[in-house]
Design a protein around this ligand. Structure first.
Ligand SMILES: [Fe+2]
Length: 561
């Protein structure tokens, strides 16, 4: 284990007030999966222990994780390369100016380690959770990252093998009896992962929770130290094994959907701040089977919860398989059609269930109520990042696909801002069309955020990742003007940006008055935090990390207390 020893860019060198490093790999090993001392090492120098003041000890013994035999990580983009060390913290040198009003912490969750020893994971979503942190105060930026210490991660590091079922990975069984035992564990949920690698939310009571699709993968962390505090235990008796990875979280409530795989449908539930108990608002019965559609996310308006029923449906059979299918835990059932259901938040009653054109989405952007001149709700409008009803996007995200990309082919499936209209006039059909010309954002569209003050309300602006083609992954940041139907794009050739996250200026009256935070994985193996002006979408500051950060998924904002 190396407790320190870091390379920094000699040009835009970072000021490191304190750093704590626990290597995932032996820095002296020529088989090192990601060693910045090798890649581009000529222009870099090593820090010495004099830069380290009282480094905290890692809570998990640093594992030795050499690279895969299948892939030469040194050739792959840093976005898809396991982070080299379990944790780091330090102050970054800021180029430009961070607004003095920006006080608080941006946390970004996502997969950070895609291998155990010499075994490479298959899929982007398999990686063990890594939290990255940007703490802003008085124009300064303290940054860091740390692995989330889920049971799945700790067991893998200790035993040097996969111990829980990840998104596409299943632990290898030695014999038939072990396989039967593993199936029993699957039915009880014991073998499902708690690898909380998808999102992170700041609850109204101040707790910060990392989340994924399994309910057991709800893990409380300390936003200041990134310590893993422990599992978030739901104290109700609702049961079930999975939930939406993207609850709607505000200061006053936590709303989510619990899929019912036996009797296809969803329970809509609410949890109050300060409690761990979810209470049922109502139930949505799916219009078709054989299973509920995947609900990675869902939208709400001021008075309604919208349950999407996508033809990409959960599949119990695929859950049981030892080897992944092209659609992993899901199946594409176009014959089952697609539906949108609207539930009244107050009564739990279903007020509209309409068939809509086939669609595929991971992420809803926002929704709002359309009203007539008397103020009566006539329809709900719901926007999402829609992948042209093409479920192959899931397989595009295999880590080997991402790593082997040469930059020449254009393989990213087209995507758009899909806008649903769910009429309240008793009609059996709703609408789905592009909210703006997809060419505005390069026909790439995912990983979105809005001004949270406009959650559930009529809104104008969204921030997301778009595309400059050819590409295999969304590679721009884009500001969408859904009224003018225009997009403004930020692009850094070869870079992979993560979700643009909007933080409003305190006291702002304009919807886009604030900043947009993203973290960028560079083609040269580096990474930097990027701050864009929410209005102009021009860069106002960037701060380079002294190492390469992999791609990450979703973030949250923890304001200064
Ligand atoms: Fe997501």
């Amino acid at each position: 284990m190396a407790s320190l020893g870091f390379s920094v860019g000699s040009g835009n060198s970072c000021l490191l007030l304190r750093a704590a490093v626990s290597d995932h790999s032996n820095p002296n090993s020529s088989r090192d999966g990601f060693n910045p001392l090798k890649k581009g090492a000529k222009s870099r120098k090593r820090l010495t222990s004099t830069n380290v003041a009282s480094p905290p000890l890692p809570a998990v013994a640093a594992p030795h994780l050499p690279p895969s035999k299948e892939t030469d990580d040194r050739r792959s983009h840093v976005a898809w390369t396991s982070v080299r060390q379990e944790r780091w913290e330090g102050e970054l040198h800021v180029q430009g100016q961070i607004p003095l009003w920006l006080k608080g912490t941006y946390l970004r969750n996502g997969p950070g380690v895609w291998h155990i020893e010499d075994y490479n994971f298959r899929h982007l979503f398999d990686g063990y959770a890594m939290l990255a942190r940007l703490h802003f105060e008085n124009g300064r930026l303290i940054a860091g990252h740390r692995q989330v210490e889920s049971d799945a991660y700790k067991a893998a590091m200790k035993s040097k093998k996969l111990c829980y079922r990840e998104f596409s990975e299943v632990p290898k069984q030695d014999n038939f009896l072990s396989y039967i035992g593993e199936l029993a564990n699957l039915f009880s949920g014991a073998s499902l992962t708690d690898n909380a690698n998808t999102g992170v939310v700041h609850l109204g009571d101040g707790r910060v929770v990392c989340l994924t699709e399994t309910q057991k993968g709800s893990i409380v962390v300390d936003p200041d130290t990134l310590d893993t505090i422990g599992r978030f235990e739901y104290t109700d008796t609702l049961g079930g094994l999975i939930h939406s990875a993207h609850p709607i979280v505000t200061e006053s409530e936590f709303l989510t959907l619990l899929p019912d795989l036996i009797n296809p449908g969803y329970l809509a539930v609410r949890m109050e701040p300060g409690t761990n108990e979810r209470r049922v608002i109502g139930r949505v019965d799916c219009s078709q089977g054989p299973a509920p559609g995947w609900v990675h996310s869902f939208p709400v308006t001021e008075h309604y919860i919208i349950a999407p029923e996508m033809p990409l449906r959960y599949c119990a059979g695929n859950l049981l398989r030892a080897e992944p299918t092209p659609l992993y835990k899901f199946e594409w059932h176009p014959e089952s059609k697609a539906y949108m259901h609207a539930m009244c938040k107050a009564s739990g009653k279903i007020v509209a269930s309409v068939e809509v054109p086939l669609f595929v989405t991971f992420h809803f952007i926002n929704a709002y109520e359309e009203k007539d001149e008397d103020g009566r709700v006539t329809a709900l409008i719901a926007d999402c990042c829609e992948h042209s009803a093409d479920a192959t996007i899931l397989d595009q995200l295999r880590i080997q696909n991402l790593r082997s990309y040469t930059g020449e082919e254009d393989v990213l499936p087209d995507a758009r801002v899909g806008r649903f209209r769910i009429p309240f006039d008793g009609s059996a059909y709703g609408e789905l069309e592009a909210a703006l010309d997809p060419n505005e954002h390069g026909k790439g569209m995912d990983m979105c955020s809005i001004n949270p003050a406009f959650l559930g309300k009529k809104y104008r602006y969204a921030y997301a990742c778009g595309a400059v083609r050819p590409c295999n992954f969304p590679n721009t940041l884009t500001k969408l003007d859904l009224v003018e139907k225009k997009a403004k794009n930020w692009y850094d050739e070869g870079a992979v940006p993560s979700e643009p996250f909007f933080v409003a200026r305190p006291g702002a009256t304009e919807e886009d008055d604030g900043v947009v935070i993203s973290m960028i994985s560079e083609k040269n193996g580096g990474s930097y935090a990027l701050i864009l002006d929410g209005t102009t979408f021009e860069e106002i500051a960037r701060a380079k990390f002294p190492y390469g950060l992999p791609y990450g998924l979703h973030g949250c904002w923890v304001p200064k207390k």
